[in-house]
Design a protein around this ligand. Structure first.
Ligand SMILES: [Zn+2]
Length: 283
């Protein structure tokens, strides 16, 4: 996993998640929440609504450099991928259409592993107070204030959103807020030919282990694929440090930067972890 940055360019940002449309969608959610309170419906039904968050996908993929935000695999050659709700819409209904609650994810991380789970250390993030007799005026006043508006200042501020995140402290990583490189380390095993992802230090163990479990980051396919990447990485790293041919040495250094350490590279989180460590030779 790597740190990601939001790309909020007014000329390309999907207009659905800002301004009047964002407020209207929030108003719709508030009205639905009131219907739940009035026992007219059991829960807010998001079936048939996925076309809304699909509008975010291109921008999200641009932010995650066409990789899954969690396992760092390129998936676009074989799959469409998902717009993942970091905080599940089933529980955090007021964030269902919030751009800052989205990330681009592969189907396995999202649908097979995470699903609607969201462990945290404090249940402190609660939505707006909606009662069965909440007035239309109240809903109108509240709409637009439930989430961050990426382009104008009509929603909550990003600073406030980060404060809420830190207070709730999910037992998970939001790669847009938390820095994954502070949480994760990697361990390779030449006997089993795999690379495991693990906590970087004991103080990060609880969050790291929970996130690994949540997204299935040690599933066999990933352990194997990371090891195959590490094999060539070690070969090129060795050439970059020990080759007596200067051209070969410089070429190897260039390949490391562009194909392994750069944010675009698949598993760049792993290669950057090994970057400043003594490379263990093949055994
Ligand atoms: Zn994934």
């Amino acid at each position: 996993m790597r740190k990601l940055n939001r790309q909020i360019d007014p000329t390309t940002f999907p207009v659905q998640f800002t301004g009047v449309n964002r407020r209207n969608w929030e108003l719709e959610l508030l009205k639905e929440a009131r219907r739940v309170r009035r026992k007219e419906i059991k829960k807010i039904d998001f079936r048939g609504k996925s076309n809304r968050w699909k509008n975010a996908k291109d921008n999200l993929l641009s932010e995650s450099l066409n990789k899954c935000a969690y396992c760092e695999c390129y998936f676009r050659t074989v799959a469409y991928g998902d717009v993942e709700h970091y905080r599940p819409k089933s529980k955090y209904w007021w964030l269902a259409y919030s751009y800052y609650n989205y990330s681009a994810s592969c189907q396995l991380c999202n649908q097979k592993y995470k699903k609607a789970k969201f462990p945290n250390t404090s249940a402190s993030y609660s939505g707006p107070v909606i009662r069965r007799n909440s007035s239309d005026e109240y809903l109108l006043r509240t709409a637009g204030k439930l989430s961050v508006d990426p382009l104008d200042n009509s929603g909550i501020t990003i600073t406030e959103f980060k404060r809420i995140h830190k207070k709730e402290r999910p037992l998970s990583i939001d790669p847009y807020i938390d820095n994954p490189s502070k949480y994760f380390g990697y361990k390779h095993d030449d006997r089993t030919r795999e690379v495991l992802i693990k906590e970087k230090s004991s103080s990060k163990k609880e969050i790291a282990e929970s996130a690994i479990d949540l997204f299935g980051l040690n599933r066999k396919e990933l352990r194997d694929l990371r090891y195959r990447g590490l094999l060539t990485y070690r070969f090129i790293r060795d050439a970059s440090e020990n080759s007596i041919d200067q051209n070969r040495k410089e070429g190897a250094k260039l390949i490391l930067e562009t194909e392994y350490y750069s944010d675009e590279a698949e598993f760049s989180g792993m290669y950057n972890y090994f970057k400043n460590r003594k490379l263990i030779p093949f055994t």
